[in-house]
Design a binder for this molecule. Sequence first.
Ligand SMILES: [Zn+2]
Ligand SMILES: [Zn+2]
Length: 370
Amino acid sequence: MRIKNWDIFIFVIVYHLLLVVLAPFAIRDFSWTAFWIFFVTNCIGGLSITVGYHRLFSHKTYSAHPFFETVILLTSTLAFQWSAYAWSHDHRKHHNHVDTELDPYSIKKGFWYAHMLWLFDYDRTIDKSVVADLEQNPRVMFQHKHFLALTWIINLAILGVACIWLSPLTALFYSFVLRVFTVHHSTWFINSLAHTWGSKTYAKELTAVDNAVLAVLTFGEGYHNYHHAFANDYRNGIRWWHFDPTKWIVWSASKLGMVKNLKKVDRIRLQKILVKKDKQMILERLNEESGSTAGNLATKLNELAHAFDTKASLLNRKYAESRKTSKSKSEKKLIRVEIKHLQQELAAIWKAWIATTRIAGRLFQLSHAH
Ligand SMILES: [Zn+2]
Ligand SMILES: [Zn+2]
């Protein structure tokens, strides 16, 4: 690695040094005011990246009112991650070329490269064809053009406000240095840890993983395997209990009329895609294995996949029927009972499917180890 981006390099080194040098003073002068200044600016900065840069501008998983966009484009300067335009460019390249040479933060180049070292040597020229849609957005282009000025004005203003309650050095630590440190590493974890440590359910061929602990550290972005498989879903954690504050904010904003057109993959479609994809992948691998276990597994997988497909299509037909207004009340009641049965059957097949794919996974591991 050769350092090309000296400005980023110096900035990162300086704030890490400041963090260490100022820590003794900051610990001595700790107050709850200082903590809240840190915590609130940390959440605003981090969430601006996940809600705005990531799910809105990079992936267009929902559309937002110009006012909402403007707020995000201003508050995201607390995160020091360059403009939404440049960020989305790099991130789209990451998705399009994940785990290859063209991925700007490829985990294949090592954990620390994906985490932060890539920032110091990556090529900052922007391929306009990757972000042609964003070029049409005057707010995004304004932020891109005046990014440094906006960033310093807003951050110095926050520092100034913090100085009302805190001594200048403590204010510098809590309202700036510590926040930049936590927001940066939180985002960086998504490129390093979320491509290393966790489980793969949705896109087993990729390095991206799902990890609930990481979701807590990254405002909900830890469900990264799902995200790489279905990047146009506004959610990363798809279950209601999955910790994904970014999803909750987008959903709440939609209830307030600030954002709309929230895109999501419905569960049956998602499971259907997974069954098709995993069946193909596992059968290919099973072909390489010998013995009766592999043969039995292949038969079981084929049977389950067929059963899932049949029941899912039937269920979808029943959903469509239940929406028809021509049906009488008693007919609709009957359809609802049928739907319930089908849902239960489908859930049981899905459970058996997951169990069978796990057995296949263990078999591959065993044969790999020998
Ligand atoms: Zn993404
Ligand atoms: Zn990724």
